[in-house]
Ligand binder design. Structure first.
Ligand code: GRG
Length: 296
């Protein structure tokens, strides 16, 4: 029987860390403080879920992992960029992220803004350099990531999130916001690997698209639940901040039990999408379960 995906997590995390290390300018390179802040943000101890989704999808499609390092690293750069901005005083004004002071606390607000601003173009530069891939596929990868972080993706979701503070959204509106704010990048992670797969049948691409959309919404509901039920020391960011900021969340709208039930429902739905792959999708099944059961 094949080794469980869990056994390869360290290997894949090392791969993406190496790619990120090569992509990021050294802290000794001018402007040193900016480069130091970028590295601080990227190597602060994140779970690397999005890169793992790239590699797990790649396993499912038997894609060459060497081709996946660039999308895995570029998506993590965009994710890190978003977290730095999300923590800023103008947004959630958080002091703690991944158990450490947020970038604007460890450095200063201007440096945090600039560090995040510099991580974004770096992500696209990494994608542009992806080796041995046809120009049309590179352009498709860039478009996928650009759409995922723009106004029809993560930035749009964040805008809806901020505008909804103190208001009540319907479940449909909430899921739309989750799909953009959190789901768009998760979708891009899975579909980047799909783009790099060799002649992926339409049926499999459709299944991965549906899988990633459901797991992205489940990821955010789990995040909401951790904010309510988790402890600051475990989740690495201030627990209870959604309530403090009067955020529109699933637990606030329908309560903890119903939110858990919706998460389980989405897990079942996304895992069912993977039937077409049989055993090959075991890594994605494992990650989907991890996403809805994780403790941080
Ligand atoms: C990045 C284009 C762009 C704009 C910024 C600030 C912003 C717009 C978007 C914020 C999006 C955001 C913070 C969504 C929340 C997603 C989420 C649940 C993050 C936590 O992800 P984890 O648990 O974090 O994977 P780690 O620390 O493990 O990496």
């Amino acid at each position: 029987m094949a080794q469980p995906f869990e056994d390869r997590i360290d290997y894949y995390c090392d791969r993406v860390a190496m790619k990120l290390d090569v992509a990021l300018p050294a802290s000794t390179e001018r402007p040193e403080r900016l480069h130091d802040a970028m590295r601080y943000a990227v190597f602060a101890g994140g779970k690397r879920v999005r890169p793992l989704l790239v590699y797990a999808t790649g396993e499912c499609l038997q894609a060459d992992p060497a081709l996946l390092d660039a999308p895995a690293a570029s998506i993590e750069l965009i994710h890190t960029f978003s977290l730095v901005h999300d923590d800023l005083p103008a947004m959630d004004d958080d002091d703690l992220r991944r158990g450490k002071p947020t970038v604007h606390r460890a450095y200063d607000e201007a440096t945090a803004i600039l560090a995040a601003d510099a991580l974004q173009p770096l992500a696209f530069s990494v994608l542009a350099d992806i080796p041995s891939v046809a120009g049309s596929k590179r352009a498709a990868l860039v478009r996928l990531l650009a759409d995922a972080c723009g106004s029809i993706g993560m930035t749009g979701g964040q805008s809806i999130d901020l505008a909804a503070e103190g208001k009540e959204l319907s479940a449909e509106e909430l899921e739309h916001m989750y799909a953009l704010k959190t789901g768009a990048l998760i979708h891009a992670a899975v579909m980047s690997a799909c783009l790099l797969g060799d002649e992926v049948p339409e049926e499999e691409a459709v299944a991965l698209d549906a899988f990633s959309r459901a797991v992205g919404v489940a990821f955010q509901i789990r995040d909401d639940l951790l904010d309510v039920e988790g402890q600051t020391e475990v989740i690495g960011k201030p627990a209870g901040s959604d309530v403090a900021l009067s955020k529109a969340t699933y637990p606030a709208l329908i309560g903890i039990d119903e939110s858990r039930a919706r998460c389980t429902e989405l897990l079942e739905a996304c895992v069912a999408e993977l039937d077409v792959f049989g055993e090959r999708a075991e890594p994605l099944r494992w990650l989907a379960r991890y996403i809805v059961e994780r403790g941080n």
